[in-house]
Design a protein. Structure first.
Lengths: 151, 84, 151, 84
């Protein structure tokens, strides 16, 4: 079961996990990313590429499901104006074994950072600035391309 | 005639989110299209001057600069992504 | 911030994560383990060693906080009679960097499986049976003893 | 005189969750205590016959069979743990 949502509205973690928990896999891993203050950030604006975003997220989820034999994967990403402390993204996975759920969850958030068309604009002291991509995110995504990176 | 989309600071610098383009026949790749679009305005030139800072998608799939644009309906230029 | 709870009552993931999310770290990873049917299990009874359990869980959380510079860690483990599909355990971590939150979350559930005094009794067809410990759990916990197991 | 606790199937086989013990002076380790307790009843013998299947804690800390019980107030015997 793959669920992908790109939305302005806030989301509930409880509601997001419930369908995965109901699948009977026994192991549900999740990651939530939130707006943090990082040297005075007041707000974030998330832009995306409508149409392509949903396809890219679904493809990532499908890759994770296939690679770790997941029973389910969920990705929710917010767009628009987000205030400090608000949730930006949730990725969650369900599998019969915790190692698969945990590794697939890490994979999803690492790959999402480099393979889904979102752009962050941060506001500090009233001024907006587009966030630069980070080499560390490329490195984190790349480690999943190596054979058996976790073993 | 493909639609050209711009996102984030690429869009801000060019001043438009979407335009159509009818490139000449010898413009067959993403990189060549970017170079050709750079001639459209000062904003285009500034945004597309350094293609190492630009990423692209052809029909909503990430594409390298040497990817073909033949038959493409939608080509997008944008900065490296920063979601999550 | 370390929170440890051993309780009979069900818990809300939303409520469990909220204090971690409020710490401002930006990255919150969590794992939920649930009762799954595994060949006809109807119910699980979780027994523990009162007093020792809380100390053991707190020690694991402290180790995770120190090793990954976490801002917060939460462990909730239920005891008593649990029905199919009910949550057994939640571990959650908060850090400024997602890799730390994710690795520490995996560490906590791996170590909890071998280092906290809980025992599961499963009921199938009305008959109760104590669950045997698994060598795979020992192996999963042991990998965290090796230097830099994730790199 | 330490309190002895039993959990899970160890308790079921022994038939009690808690008892006190006043072992002789030459019983100084967890393993020796288990061997000495095994003589208390048929249930004790059956539960503690194979110490490879038994884990222990001294004053609420996991302890090996060769760990000292000197001054211990609470010693527990139980199967390998299966939580999570």
């Amino acid at each position: 079961m793959i669920t992908v949502a790109v939305q302005q509205a806030p989301f509930s973690v409880e509601d997001a996990l419930a369908p995965l928990e109901a699948l009977g896999g026994g192991a549900v891993a999740s990651f939530v990313g939130l707006v943090r203050s990082d040297g005075g950030i007041e707000a974030l604006t998330l832009e995306h590429y409508p149409g392509m975003t949903e396809v890219a997220l679904r493809r990532l989820a499908e890759e994770a499901v296939a690679r770790w034999s997941l029973i389910g994967a969920t990705v929710i990403h917010r767009v628009g104006e987000l205030r400090l402390g608000e949730r930006i993204v949730l990725v969650a996975t369900c599998a019969p074994h915790r190692r698969d759920a945990l590794d697939a969850c890490a994979y999803l958030i690492d790959r999402l950072k480099t393979d889904a068309p979102f752009w962050k604009r941060e506001t500090r002291g009233g001024d907006g600035r587009w966030v630069e991509a980070r080499a560390s995110d490329d490195a984190a995504a790349a480690r999943w391309s190596q054979p058996s990176p976790q073993s | 005639m493909p639609t050209i989309l711009y996102f984030a600071w690429v869009r801000d610098m060019i001043g438009t989110a979407e335009e159509s383009a009818d490139p000449p026949a010898d413009v067959t790749t993403v990189g060549a299209l970017a170079a050709w679009l750079a001639g459209r305005s000062e904003g285009h030139r500034a945004a597309l001057a350094d293609l190492t800072r630009i990423r692209a998608a052809v029909d909503q799939q990430f594409a390298d600069l040497d990817a073909s644009i033949e038959g493409a309906r939608e080509i997008a230029f944008f900065p490296p992504v920063t979601g999550g």
